[in-house]
Design a protein around this ligand. Structure first.
Ligand code: PMP
Ligand code: GLN
Length: 388
């Protein structure tokens, strides 16, 4: 039999699926894959149920239902002062995952270089490669995750077509500063390239840190594809409703990519997400406030066990150095060990690195869980490490 696709044959199953399966096998508390353990807002879920029953269940418009595209435009205006025309500038996709692929497809030709920043989300490199693009990866390292300005500047060259990056950033909880974004914007303009901004955690920031979309910087409106996800904004990760905001020149290309990937997204979920985006400011404030309390609980609990916990200013995640616990093994072995022996699952941070030499003594823990579940996880880890 002839070989099938050689690139897909060469890559493994995503770490999130691997660790969730292990958590199920060992009945561990799953602080690995990032999903809340409570349902999203009842009114949004009800809106989805109602929308199923009003007879509009056939193919919705390819770029997304008008309600949602207009709601995305209104949210862009309300939160960031962006002047967006929903019917011209917004595309609804099946999750941010599709939005990332569609945005890359919109600009990348074979042979183009795409600048990426590791630690990185696990679809970035495979999709760039499958499009025939060449990843140029710049590394951020714990414990400070500082953006290395010089290396970033050197990653841009004559063949650069785009930069794709994530802020607030999974797994390290970094929220890019105005200075860092200004530096990136300058490179994007000087090299006449595009920016794909994965902003799925835009509303999940802590300690007063504010997310700034690159798109709000001078000259960036025409170069940026800004990606959001209802999964994160409304704690409904299984819905897979994402949206891309881009200008009138780029949007038709994003839409042609989308028409060839999924063509459309479940209409009832789209209409319910439109209801969600219209929620009042109190909803968005309480989302991050509640999550911040969970972060604090998990961070304090892990620190009391001996982990060296790094600060996190956004996302569902914190990273912790397990070196002080004296475990003899790398992060993959550690995450497997605590799943099997302590009944708590985490994700090895090295899984977010593409190039050799990744840090191998950090684990990523998701804190988007009920406080009592986090406490149970802390108790399990505490008694496990006390007994060793
Ligand atoms: N980007 C990042 C950085 C993520 O962590 C995730 C995880 N959900 C996604 C994209 C994908 O979002 P969605 O579930 O909407 O496809
Ligand atoms: N974004 C989630 C995480 O980082 C996982 C999404 C997925 O499983 N594909 O945990």
């Amino acid at each position: 039999m002839r070989g099938a696709n050689s690139y897909l044959g060469s890559i493994g199953t995503t770490i999130f699926t691997v660790m969730s399966a292990l958590a199920t096998e060992y009945r561990a508390i799953n602080l690995g894959q990032g999903f809340p353990d409570t349902d999203g807002p009842a009114d949004i879920v009800q809106a989805a149920c109602d929308a199923l029953r009003d007879g509009r269940n056939q193919y919705p418009p390819m770029p997304g239902v008008a309600d949602l595209r207009q709601a995305v435009a209104a949210a862009n205006r309300r939160f960031y002062g962006l002047d967006i025309d929903g019917m011209r500038d917004v595309t609804v996709t099946s999750g941010a995952t599709e939005a990332i692929t569609a945005s890359l497809m919109a600009v990348v030709d074979p042979g183009d270089e795409v600048v990426l920043i590791e630690p990185l989300y696990d679809t970035y490199v495979p999709v760039v490669r499958m499009l025939g693009g060449i990843p140029r990866i710049v590394r951020l390292s714990p414990p400070h995750w500082d953006l290395p300005f010089n290396e970033l500047a050197h990653a841009f060259g004559a063949n650069t077509k785009a930069i794709l990056f994530n802020s607030p950033m999974n797994p390290c909880g970094k929220v890019f500063t105005a200075d860092e974004l200004g530096f990136i914007a300058d490179l994007v303009t000087r090299h006449d390239t595009y920016a794909i901004c994965d902003e799925v955690y835009e509303h999940l920031t802590f300690d007063g840190a504010r997310h700034i979309p690159l798109m709000t910087l001078p000259d960036m409106g025409q170069r940026t594809m800004r990606i959001g996800s209802a999964g994160k904004t409304f704690s409904l990760t299984g819905w897979k409703v994402g949206y891309v905001t881009a200008n009138a020149a780029l949007t038709p290309l994003v839409q042609k990519a989308h028409q060839n990937l999924t063509f459309t997204t479940a209409p009832n979920l789209q209409r319910a997400v439109a209801v969600g985006l219209a929620k009042d400011d109190a909803y968005f404030a309480s989302l991050s406030r509640n999550l911040q309390a969970r972060r604090d609980q998990l961070a304090q609990g892990l620190a009391s066990i001996g982990f060296s916990v790094l600060p996190t200013h956004g996302t569902y995640f914190l990273t912790a150095d397990f070196t002080p616990l004296g475990f003899a093994g790398d992060d993959v072995a550690f995450c497997r060990h605590i799943t099997e022996q302590a009944g708590v699952t985490a994700i090895p941070v090295s899984a977010f690195y593409e190039q050799p030499g990744a840090p191998r003594h950090y684990a990523r823990f998701a804190f988007c869980k009920r406080l009592e579940v986090l406490q149970q996880a802390i108790d399990r880890l505490k008694s496990h490490f006390a007994a060793r």
